[in-house]
Design a protein around this ligand. Structure first.
Ligand code: ATP
Length: 265
C-alpha cells in the first residue's frame, strides 16, 4: 500500500536576495502557493522538503566575496538552471553546494541536515566538474568504476553500472582508452557518465554540454534531465538558453564581488 503525504507545494523560488535574480520571481509578485491535498510520496509534484538548500550562504575566492547572503532551496525532482555571466560565481556556488568548498558564512543543508554536521551526506551529491575532474592516466571505464567502488558498490555492480553509463553517454567504445587520449567532449561525457552512475539524490553539473556538438549535446542533456524522473534534483550551470528552457526554474547570478576590505563585518 503506497504511503501518502499531505503537503503544500510552494512554487519556487522560496527566497531571492541580493546577488540572485530569479526569472520566475520577476514575473510573480509573491511566491505562488499551490495546495496539494494528497499525493503519493513518489509523486515528484509532492515536495516533502528541499533536497538541497543553502541558508545565508557567503563564499569567497581569492580574497573576494563571490556569493553573498544567498538562501535557496531545491526540491526533489526539480530541474534548475544556474545562469549568469562568466565570473559571476556559478562554479563557486556548485562547488560549495557539493560540499567541496567550505562556505565563508552560512550553511548548506542536504535533506534539511547541515552538511558541515554530517559530511557523509556528501555521498548523496554528485558534481560534474567544469574541467571534468578525471584521472588522466586511468581509462574511461576505470574512472567511473573507481568512483563507484569509493561509493561502496561491489566490484561486479560497479562494472555493470559503468558499462551502462558509458553506453548511455555514447562513450562505450572508449571504455578502455586512457582519458588523456580522449577529446574534450568525450572526456566531458565520461565525467557525466560517472556522475550518473553514482545515482545521486542531487546532481550538480557545471556546464556539462559546453564541449558537445549538437548531437551529443542532446544526448547529454536528455540523460541529465532523465534523472529527475526518479526524484533526483538536478542543478545545471549553463550559458545555453536552450538548456535553461528545459528546466523548471532559472536562477541567474549577478557579478557583485568586492574586495575583502570592502565587505561588511
Ligand atoms: N581559486 C580562486 N582564486 C581566486 N579567484 C577565484 C578562484 N576561483 C574563482 N575565483 C574567482 O571567483 C569568481 C567566480 O568564479 P566562478 O568560476 O565561480 O565563475 P563562473 O560563473 O563559474 O564563471 P564561468 O561562467 O566563466 O565558468 C571569478 O571572478 C574568479 O576569478
Amino acid at each position: 500500500m503506497p504511503l501518502y503525504w499531505t503537503n503544500t507545494l510552494i512554487a519556487r523560488p522560496t527566497t531571492c536576495r541580493h546577488n540572485v535574480i530569479c526569472r520566475t520571481c520577476n514575473r510573480v509578485a509573491a511566491p505562488l502557493t499551490v495546495d496539494v491535498i494528497a499525493g503519493r510520496v513518489d509523486d515528484p509534484r509532492v515536495v516533502p522538503g528541499p533536497a538541497l538548500a543553502c541558508r545565508a550562504l557567503s563564499c569567497r575566492a581569492g580574497g573576494r566575496v563571490i556569493i553573498e547572503d544567498l538562501t535557496l532551496e531545491f526540491a526533489p525532482a526539480e530541474r534548475v538552471a544556474l545562469m549568469g555571466p562568466s565570473g559571476s560565481g556559478k562554479t563557486t556556488l556548485l562547488t560549495t553546494l557539493a560540499g567541496l568548498l567550505p562556505p565563508a558564512k552560512g550553511r548548506v543543508l542536504v535533506g534539511g541536515v547541515p552538511l558541515d554536521e554530517q559530511p557523509e551526506l556528501r555521498a548523496g551529491l554528485a558534481l560534474v566538474f567544469q574541467s571534468y575532474g578525471l584521472l588522466s592516466l586511468l581509462t574511461a571505464a576505470e574512472n567511473v568504476e573507481v568512483a563507484l567502488r569509493a561509493a561502496g558498490r561491489p566490484p561486479r555492480e560497479a562494472v555493470r553500472l559503468t558499462a551502462g553509463a558509458l553506453e548511455r553517454l555514447r562513450v562505450a567504445r572508449f571504455a578502455g582508452h586512457l582519458v588523456e587520449e580522449l577529446s574534450g567532449g568525450q572526456q566531458q561525457r565520461v565525467a557525466v557518465a560517472r556522475a550518473l552512475a553514482l545515482r545521486p539524490r542531487v546532481l550538480l553539473a557545471d556546464e556539462p554540454t559546453a564541449e558537445q556538438d549538437a548531437g551529443h549535446r542532446a544526448v547529454v542533456l536528455d540523460e541529465l534531465l532523465a534523472v529527475t524522473d526518479d526524484g533526483t534534483t538536478l542543478v545545471i550551470a549553463t550559458h545555453d538558453p536552450e538548456v535553461a528552457e528545459r528546466c523548471d526554474r532559472v536562477i541567474e547570478l549577478r557579478t557583485v564581488s568586492r574586495h575583502r576590505s570592502e565587505s561588511r563585518p
